[in-house]
Design a protein. Structure first.
Length: 388
């Protein structure tokens, strides 16, 4: 196991406490063997009978954080313990990019005034995600558990909003792993009708994108998609440069089209391909308009590009150097191919029973080509303006 980054002392202390508490759940006569099995050393049964928690704590205290985390993971492999699982996740997550509380609360707002699920009872959904039958009551009552509070305030009286419910479950402060578990269960086809599932996945991904995560489909069963939270694809190295040029040219429509195309490359390849062509059409129309020329509503992408190529002197016939003629001829072929690709693989037309379905790699190719061509056209137009 790689050496741990230094987590906040409170997290390290909590992990040590939770591990000792989990060991204390065993019978006193088993505790020495458990500690020995976890690499924490052993002792006498009499010491364990005196205080199981102190017995475990005294052996944990002398161990490094890496060793404590290893012992926790070994114990969790054979013994479920929610507090220990949470403590271990939080320590491990000091090494990775985590989503913010802002993102968690914005996602929670998607359930304002709406049910958490549409196919099963809410409390049944929550049982799949949190051990609510054993979690402590929000009222610190010794004879109640969180499940009792949930029944009281969401079924009997219905006076907790979903945001209050999620806050009392700890959704805004739990480990990232636990919050992702919530997202995966709340978008599960067993919990949501197809329309609500699609809506939730799309809206949740808008917020997760800010922290570089996405709900990605991992499998399909009975025609229904299942999702898991994964790090968002980093995209092409040229994304930032293209973004800068297009945002400076038109921060509204054109830049917005480019941003939407980038976001859909992995999750909606057909839509990304359609946007790739539309982006190039927009750039052509904007530059033709700025140049004082006309274009017709019926003009498709190849026609628009040929008109723009004349304005920018990018037609192969405008150059004598063979290498430039070849490059510019290839540019024209790229534009025409993007138009054909959109017709074949985009989402502007029905795919039909025999149409090929695009993969993310096809969308990445189309979007990157469109972005590169758009940047070239905009930069050429700007250079012409600067040179008078």
């Amino acid at each position: 196991m790689p050496s741990m980054a230094n987590p906040p002392p409170a997290l390290a202390k909590e992990l040590r406490h939770c591990l000792a508490a989990a060991i204390s759940d065993f019978k006193a006569y088993d505790v020495p063997a458990v500690c020995k099995r976890l690499g924490l050393g052993d002792g006498t049964a009499e010491e364990a009978f005196s205080s199981k928690y102190k017995y475990a704590s005294s052996r944990i205290a002398s161990r490094s954080l890496d060793e404590v985390l290893g012992a926790a993971r070994a114990l969790l492999a054979e013994h479920e313990d929610f507090p220990l699982t949470e403590a271990a996740h939080k320590v491990e997550e000091t090494r990775v990019t985590t989503i913010s509380e802002i993102t968690r609360r914005r996602i929670a707002a998607l359930f304002d005034g709406k049910s958490l699920c549409t196919e099963i009872e809410e409390i049944d959904l929550l049982r799949r995600i949190w051990p609510i039958e054993t979690m402590p009551s929000v009222y610190q009552s010794s004879d109640r558990h969180l499940a009792d509070d949930i029944r009281q305030h969401t079924i009997n009286n219905d006076d907790w909003s979903n945001r209050e419910l999620l806050e009392n479950l700890g959704a805004f402060t739990c480990s990232q792993a636990q919050f992702f578990r919530f997202l995966e269960h709340v978008t599960d086809p067993l919990a949501q009708k197809p329309e609500r599932q699609a809506e939730l996945v799309a809206n949740i991904n808008v917020y997760l994108a800010h922290d570089h995560y996405r709900l990605l489909q991992i499998r399909e069963a009975s025609g229904c998609p299942y999702y898991a939270v994964k790090p968002a694809p980093k995209g092409s190295p040229a994304d930032a440069a293209i973004t800068e040029v297009l945002k400076a040219f038109d921060p509204g429509d054109i830049h917005g089209r480019w941003e939407a195309a980038m976001k859909r490359r992995e999750t909606e390849p057909a839509g990304a391909i359609t946007l790739a062509r539309t982006l190039l059409e927009d750039v052509c129309k904007w530059i033709i308009h700025e140049a004082g020329e006309e274009w017709a509503e019926s003009d498709d992408l190849p026609i628009l590009y040929r008109k723009l190529a004349k304005i920018l002197k990018l037609a192969p016939d405008d150059h004598t150097e063979q290498v430039f003629r070849q490059i510019l001829g290839s540019c024209q072929s790229i534009v025409e191919s993007l138009g054909s690709l959109r017709n074949k693989l985009g989402d502007a037309h029905s795919i039909g029973p025999r149409r090929a379905r695009p993969a993310p790699r096809h969308a990445e190719l189309a979007v990157n080509l469109s972005g590169a061509m758009s940047t070239f056209l905009v930069s050429t137009w700007k250079a012409m303006q600067d040179n008078g």
